[in-house]
Design a protein around this ligand. Structure first.
Ligand code: NAI
Length: 290
């Protein structure tokens, strides 16, 4: 079994590491931020032992999964990996810098994948000397629970990279869907108007966050309302994705970002991860589990 490298130990990276380690791979989870690594380790331990309590994993299995994950702050530890999945900030310049470094560290056959939500996979891979290794592998949050994974070959991606990546993710018992390298791919594109229209309804003073969420869950049959979901995803990430999709579709007004979301993001009201978003979690909001 190949070693799996995961770059970025945030919301997505730690979930992807859990999925790969549960499937039996040795995993190297790298982050520039030592505190984040510590946080990811504690969170993963908590999640795995909650699964033990629920009877979904044995004590030994949980310990084995944890033992298979190496937490590191050095990219050099990706040297022996067969694939590296990048899940760092949604910023092309930073991602390009990282992929340039990844190419010098990993072997020639190592697949270099990105979990980007909205950037073009082609633009991320453009800095590589061998761009045939680039591919988009887009997990959904929370990665261990969400079965769908979008597989996005860029124009540079070779057939071998595509087939190897798809087989790997299929072997992790995920449901893969092949999509073109277009802004937001399938799911994030469909989701833009869902968030956008909810924010516009709020901005027009028609209803508050909780009422809109209530209407969508109780009456609309959605598992989460738009504001609960944006808080779950993170307002910084969600806003950036909207901005990128808007620009990538040549400023089509259908995808126009919201100033309300921008202000929440600027204020640090990022959602669950910062304790406050559209809702104040410090005051104890009861949220539906996904
Ligand atoms: P996050 O903010 O929770 O985590 C990002 C992590 O990357 C942080 O721990 C940070 O310290 C680390 N990092 C930043 N720059 C780095 C660098 N140069 N080298 C190593 N580590 C670095 O972000 P999140 O939500 O996990 O998103 C990561 C990626 O996944 C983004 O591209 C995002 O668009 C995508 N994504 C996010 C989803 C979500 O619901 N949050 C869903 C699907 C994809």
């Amino acid at each position: 079994m190949i070693q799996v490298g995961v770059l970025g130990a945030g919301t997505m990276g730690s979930g992807i590491a859990q999925v790969a380690a549960t499937a039996g791979h040795q995993v190297v989870l790298v982050d520039v931020n030592e505190q984040q690594l510590e946080k990811a380790k504690n969170a993963l331990t908590k999640i795995l032992f909650r699964l033990v309590e629920k009877g979904k994993l044995s004590d030994n299995e949980a310990n084995d999964v944890l033992r298979r994950i190496t937490f590191s702050s050095s990219l050099e530890d990706f040297a022996g990996s067969g694939i590296v999945i990048e899940a760092i900030v949604e910023n092309l310049k930073i991602k390009n810098e990282v992929f340039r470094n990844l190419e010098t560290i990993t072997g020639a056959d190592c697949i270099l994948a990105t979990n980007t939500s909205s950037l073009s996979v082609a633009s991320i891979g453009a800095v590589l000397n061998n761009p045939g290794r680039i591919i988009g592998i887009h997990f959904f949050n929370p990665a261990p629970l969400m079965p769908l994974v979008e597989i996005i070959p860029a124009v540079q991606t070779t057939e071998t990279t595509l087939q190897t990546a798809k087989q790997l993710i299929d072997s992790w018992r995920k449901v893969t869907v092949l999509t073109k390298d277009t802004p937001g791919f399938i799911v994030n594109r469909v989701a833009r108007p869902f968030y956008g229209e909810a924010l516009r309804i709020y901005e027009e003073g028609i209803a508050d966050f909780a009422t809109i969420d209530w209407a969508m869950t109780e009456l609309g049959g959605f598992r989460m309302g738009p504001f609960t979901l944006m808080d779950y995803i993170g307002n910084d990430i969600n806003y950036t994705v909207t901005e990128t999709v808007f620009a990538a579709f040549y400023y089509d007004p259908r995808y126009r970002p919201s100033l309300t979301q921008k202000r929440h993001s600027e204020a640090g009201y990022l959602g669950r991860k910062s304790g406050r978003g559209y809702y104040n979690y410090a005051e104890g909001v009861t949220l539906p589990e996904p």
